[in-house]
Design a protein around this ligand. Structure first.
Ligand SMILES: Nc1ncnc2c1ncn2[C@@H]1O[C@H](COP(=O)(O)OP(=O)(O)OP(=O)(O)O)[C@@H](O)[C@H]1O
Length: 797
C-alpha cells in the first residue's frame, strides 16, 4: 500500500469522524441526557471502532486481482460490521444500566458505529477502482504512443521516418490492445465468469464521490430522523402523566429534528439521483462505444431495434435500481441497527418479539429475488424484440404503407408486446403475493398482534410503562419497513443484474477481426482516435496505399452464411489511377469485392494487397481514411447538407475548425465537383438545409450527389462506387455520372455497375461469374472477344 493511499484513508476517516462528532454534538449536549454516561462509554467505543477500521484497512493484504480484492474487502467489512454491532449492543446495554432516559443517544451511537463499516465498504470499492485506474493508465500510456506530431516544422525525410515509427507504434499499440482484448475475452470465455451482481456494483465505482457524499448526508440525517418516534412516545407518555411542560418540550424537539431531517433528505435524494444519472450515462456511452467497435458482420446478425433497446431500456433498468440499492441498503442498515439497539435497551423481550419474523422475511425474499432476476431477463428480452419490430416498421414506414402492411405490422408488434405484458402480469402477481404475505400479513398483522399481546402482558404483570409499548409500536413499523427495504434493495439489485446481463454480454463480446478500428478506445473519440487520425492524414499526403491493389486467390463466405461460397480464388490487379469496372449477374459477388476492399470483412483465404502490403497489416483507420465509398442507397444523417458533406472529413484534424472559412470552402468545392452546388444554392437555406432522417427531404439524385461530395471531400486515394447510379432516372444518372467521371480522373476508382453504358470508358472491365473473374479488358477488347461481356451488352441493349 502506498503512502498516498494511507494518507487518503486517514483523511477519509478523519473527515468522517469529524462529521460524526459534529452530528453527535447536539445529542451529547442534550440537557436531559445522562451525558456523563454517554461520554464515558460511547466515545471510547466510538474511537475504538474507528481505530479498528483504520487498522484493518491499513494492514489489509495486497490485492492482486479485483475478485480477490472484492472478496477480502467484503469479508473484512462483514467482520467489522459484526464487531461494531457487538460494540453497539454492549454500549447500549451498559447505558441501559445507568437507566438513561435518552435512548436516542444510543440510537445515534448505533447508527454512528455502522459508519465505520460503511466507510470500509466504500474504501474497498475505492481499492477496486484503484486497480482499474492503474489499468486505465496503462492503456492510456500505450495509446499515447500514437499521438500526433507537429508536421510543419519537420523535414520530409524526418517526417517519413516519424511516420514509419508512428505506424509501427500504432500497430504495436493496436496489437497490444488486441492482445489485451483477447486475454480479457479468453478469461471471459474460459475463466470463471465474474458474478454479474459484483460486476454491476463495480459500475458505481467511478461515481463513488456522489455516493460518499450521499452516505455522509444520510448518516448525519439518520439520528434526527430516528429520534422522531421517540419524541412522539415521550410526548404522549408525558401527556398521560399530565406533565405538559415535558410534552411541549418534546414537541419542539420533534419539530427541530424533523426540519433538519427534511433539509438533509434533499441532499440524499439529489446526490444519489446524481450518481444514478451519471451511472446511466457512463453505461450508455461505453456500450455505444463498444457497439461501434464491432465488426460489420455483427450488425448483419443483430437487429438495430434490439441493440437500441439494450442501449436504452436495459441500461436504465440496470442503473436505476443500483443507486437506490446503495442508498436503501445503507439507510436501512443504519436505521435497523439503531432501532434494534433502542428496542433491546427498553425491553429485550419486546425487541425479541419484534425481530421474530425477520428470518422468515429473509428466506421468502431470497426466493422471490431469485425468481425476479430470472423473470427480469425474460422481460427485457421480450421488450427488446418488440422494440426491434417497432423500429424496423417505423424506419421502413413508406414500404409498410406502400404494401398496406400496417395491419400485419400492428399484429406482429401486438403479439410481442403481449408476451412482454404477460411476463409483467406474472411479475405483478408474484409482487402481489409477496406484499400480501410479507408486508400486510406478517409485518402489519402478525408482528403487531404479537407485540400488543406480549406488551399487554408486560404492562399487566411487570408494570411496564405504556409509553414504552407505544414507542415500540411506532418503532416496529419502521423496523419492519426498513427490514423489507433492505431485502427489497437486494431484490432490486438482482433484478438490475438480470437486466444488465445482456448489456454485459455485449460489453464482453469479443471484437472479431477486422473490427472497426475504434476498439479499445474507451469513449470512442478519445486521444487514440485523434492521434490515429492525424497519422492517417500524414500518410494520405505522403504515401498512397492505393498505388497498386492486388487480389490473389481470394475466397470468401459471409460469417452469417458459412455454407455459401461467394468468391472462389478470385484474382484481380488494379494499377494506380485506373478506373476498373466490375460487372456481372445479380448476386455474383460484385458488392462483396467492394466490402473486402474496405475491409468490412476479412478474406477466407488468399490475400488483398495494397501497395504490396496485406490489407490485414494496414491500420484500419489509415486504410479507411484513404477510401471514399458511394453506395447504391446513400445513407444521409438528419443534419444539414453542410454537416453531411463535412462528415466525410472524419473526426480528425482534417475536419478542422467546424466554422472555419477553409472548411466551408472545401465542402463547397466537393459539392461543385459532385454537381451538387447548383441545386443546393436553389434551397433558401443553401448548405444549412436539413436533409431529414436518412435524407427523406431530398430526391434520390440529390441524395446521391451529396453522398458523392461526402465521399470526395477528403480527396480519397481510392473511390469505391457500388452501383451509385442504379436507382436513378436517366437525367439524374447523367448528372451523377458526370460527377463520377470528373472525380475518377484524379483517383483510383472501382465501379460496380449494372448499367453497362456507364462503364464503357473504364480502363478495365472485369466480368464476375460465380465468384471468379471470367473476363477482363477494355470495352472494345471484351466486345471483340465475344464472350460473357458481349452477351451481357447485347442482352441489355
Ligand atoms: N451481409 C451478408 N450476409 C450474408 N450473405 C450476404 C451478405 N451480403 C451479400 N450476401 C450474399 O452474397 C452473395 C453476393 O452478394 P453481393 O451483394 O456481393 O452480390 P452483387 O453481385 O453485388 O449483387 P447485386 O448486383 O444484386 O447487388 C449473394 O448471394 C448475397 O445473398
Amino acid at each position: 500500500m502506498t503512502a498516498a493511499r494511507c494518507v487518503y484513508l486517514l483523511c477519509v476517516y478523519l473527515l468522517l469522524t469529524l462529521l460524526v462528532v459534529l452530528a453527535l454534538f447536539p445529542v451529547l449536549l442534550y440537557p436531559f441526557s445522562d451525558s456523563e454516561a454517554a461520554s464515558s462509554t460511547l466515545l471510547p467505543c466510538f474511537l475504538f471502532c474507528h481505530a479498528f477500521s483504520l487498522a484493518v484497512s491499513l494492514f489489509r493484504p495486497s490485492q492482486d486481482s479485483e475478485t480477490k480484492a472484492t472478496i477480502i474487502n467484503f469479508c473484512l467489512s462483514s467482520i467489522l460490521l459484526f464487531a461494531v454491532a457487538c460494540t453497539g449492543v454492549s454500549v447500549a446495554l451498559e447505558l441501559s444500566l445507568y437507566d438513561s432516559d435518552v435512548p436516542w443517544i444510543e440510537v445515534a451511537g448505533g447508527s454512528i458505529f455502522t459508519l465505520g463499516s460503511v466507510s470500509l465498504i466504500l474504501s474497498s470499492i475505492a481499492d477496486i477502482s484503484e486497480v482499474r485506474t492503474d489499468n486505465d493508465k496503462k492503456n492510456k500510456a500505450t495509446m499515447s504512443l500514437a499521438s500526433p506530431t507537429d508536421g510543419d516544422s519537420i523535414s520530409e525525410p524526418l517526417l517519413r521516418q516519424q511516420i514509419a515509427e508512428q505506424t509501427e507504434q500504432t500497430e504495436q499499440t493496436e496489437q497490444t490492445e488486441q492482445n489485451e482484448q483477447n486475454e480479457q475475452n479468453e478469461q471471459n470465455e474460459s475463466g470463471p465468469k465474474k458474478n454479474p451482481t459484483t460486476r454491476l456494483l463495480s459500475l458505481a465505482i467511478p461515481h463513488r464521490a456522489y455516493l460518499y457524499l450521499g452516505c455522509i448526508a444520510l448518516l448525519i440525517r439518520l439520528p434526527f430522523s430516528l429520534s422522531i418516534p421517540h419524541f412522539v412516545s415521550e410526548c404522549l407518555g408525558a401527556l398521560s402523566r399530565s406533565e405538559f411542560d415535558t410534552a411541549y418540550h418534546n414537541i419542539i424537539l420533534l419539530f427541530v429534528a424533523g426540519t433538519i431531517d427534511a433539509c438533509l433528505d434533499f441532499w440524499c435524494v439529489y446526490l444519489f439521483g446524481l450518481a444514478q444519472l451519471n451511472l446511466v450515462k457512463t453505461v450508455r456511452t461505453s456500450l455505444f462505444s463498444r457497439l461501434l467497435s464491432f465488426e460489420v458482420g455483427f450488425f448483419d446478425e443483430n437487429p438495430v431495434g434490439n441493440l437500441t433497446s439494450r442501449l436504452n431500456s436495459d441500461t436504465s433498468a440496470m442503473s436505476s435500481d443500483l443507486t437506490w440499492f446503495f442508498r436503501f441498503s445503507i439507510e436501512a442498515t443504519v436505521r435497523i441497527s439503531g432501532i434494534v439497539t433502542y428496542m433491546f435497551i427498553r425491553s429485550p423481550v419486546l425487541a425479541g418479539a419484534a425481530c421474530l419474523v425477520i428470518p422468515l422475511v429473509a428466506i421468502v425474499n431470497k426466493k422471490y429475488g431469485d425468481w425476479l432476476s430470472k423473470n427480469s431477463k425474460k422481460v427485457q428480452t421480450a421488450l427488446a424484440e418488440a422494440n426491434s419490430v417497432a423500429q424496423e416498421a417505423l424506419s421502413c414506414v413508406r414500404t409498410v404503407i406502400a404494401f398496406s402492411s400496417e395491419e400485419q405490422e400492428r399484429e406482429h408488434y401486438n403479439e410481442l408486446v403481449e408476451v412482454y405484458y404477460r411476463l409483467n402480469v406474472k411479475q405483478t402477481i408474484a409482487q402481489g403475493v409477496y406484499y400480501m404475505v410479507i408486508s400486510t400479513f406478517l409485518v402489519n398483522t402478525v408482528v403487531q398482534a404479537i407485540l400488543l399481546y406480549v406488551g399487554s402482558r408486560l404492562v399487566r404483570e411487570d408494570g411496564m410503562e405504556v409509553d414504552v409499548l407505544l414507542a415500540f409500536m411506532l418503532y416496529q413499523g419502521q423496523l419492519q419497513e426498513y427490514t423489507l427495504q433492505i431485502f427489497q434493495s437486494y431484490t432490486a439489485l438482482l433484478q438490475s443484474s438480470g437486466a444488465g446481463d445482456k448489456v454485459f454480454e455485449l460489453m464482453d463480446r469479443k471484437i472479431k477481426e477486422p473490427g472497426t478500428g475504434s476498439g479499445g478506445r474507451g469513449e470512442g473519440r478519445g486521444r487514440g482516435s485523434e492521434g490515429e487520425s492525424a497519422l492517417s492524414t500524414a500518410l494520405t499526403t505522403t504515401e498512397s496505399l492505393a498505388s497498386k491493389i492486388e487480389f490473389t486467390d481470394v475466397s470468401f463466405k459471409y460469417p452469417t452464411r458459412p455454407d455459401e461460397q461467394v468468391l472462389s480464388k478470385l484474382n484481380l490487379c488494379i494499377e494506380s489511377g485506373q478506373t476498373v469496372a466490375i460487372v456481372g449477374q445479380s448476386g455474383c459477388g460484385k458488392s462483396t469485392i467492394v466490402s473486402l476492399l474496405a475491409r468490412y470483412y476479412d478474406v477466407g483465404s488468399g490475400s488483398i494487397k495494397f501497395n504490396d502490403r496485406d490489407v490485414r497489416e494496414v491500420n484500419l483507420h489509415t486504410l479507411r481514411s484513404q477510401i471514399g465509398i458511394i453506395s447504391q442507397e446513400p445513407s444521409l444523417f438528419s443534419g444539414s447538407i453542410f454537416d453531411n458533406i463535412k462528415y466525410g472529413l472524419g473526426d480528425g484534424d482534417e475536419g478542422g475548425d467546424g466554422d472555419g472559412e477553409d472548411l466551408r470552402q472545401r465542402v463547397e468545392e466537393a459539392a461543385k465537383t459532385a454537381n451538387a452546388h447548383d441545386f443546393i444554392c436553389g434551397f433558401s437555406k443553401r448548405y444549412d438545409t436539413l436533409c431529414g432522417e436518412r435524407g427523406v427531404a431530398l430526391s434520390g439524385g440529390q441524395k446521391q450527389r451529396i453522398a458523392i461530395a461526402r465521399a470526395i471531400v477528403k480527396k480519397p486515394q481510392l473511390l469505391l462506387c457500388d452501383e451509385a447510379t442504379a436507382a436513378l432516372d436517366n437525367e439524374s444518372e447523367q448528372i451523377v455520372q458526370q460527377a463520377l467521371d470528373r472525380v475518377s480522373k484524379s483517383t483510383t476508382t472501382i465501379v460496380v455497375a449494372h448499367r453497362l453504358r456507364t462503364v464503357r470508358n473504364a480502363d478495365k472491365i472485369c466480368v464476375v461469374k460465380d465468384g471468379v473473374i471470367v473476363e477482363s479488358g477494355s470495352h472494345e477488347e471484351l466486345i471483340r472477344r465475344g464472350g460473357e461481356y458481349k452477351q451481357m451488352v447485347e442482352n441489355f441493349s
